[in-house]
Design a binder for this molecule. Structure first.
Ligand code: ZN
Length: 88
């Protein structure tokens, strides 16, 4: 599944890597640390503090062969899950 993110700080959008629904909703892709990579910003080596869930919200998702959407969630349900911690 390839997500499209909106940076709430700059208004820019960027596509994320093709990862599983679980990775983006509950795994490493569920917070700004890994979503920042889609915008060419890295968390920085050696930092262990989570960036939290403030900046990069999902606004669209594209299903792919690597989807692994085992629970057969709808696009709306995936987006809701991806943004659950973002207060949007
Ligand atoms: Zn994090």
């Amino acid at each position: 599944m390839i997500p499209l993110f909106l940076d709430l700080r700059t208004g820019k959008t960027a596509r994320g890597d093709d990862m599983s629904v679980f990775w983006w909703t509950e795994g490493n892709g569920s917070c700004d640390c890994n979503r920042a990579i889609a915008f060419g910003e890295s968390h920085g080596a050696g930092k262990h503090t989570c960036l939290g869930t403030k900046r990069y919200v999902a606004i669209d998702v594209e299903e792919t062969a690597k989807d692994r959407n085992e629970e057969a969630l709808t696009k709306e349900q995936v987006l809701t899950a991806m943004n659950a911690e973002y207060g949007v």
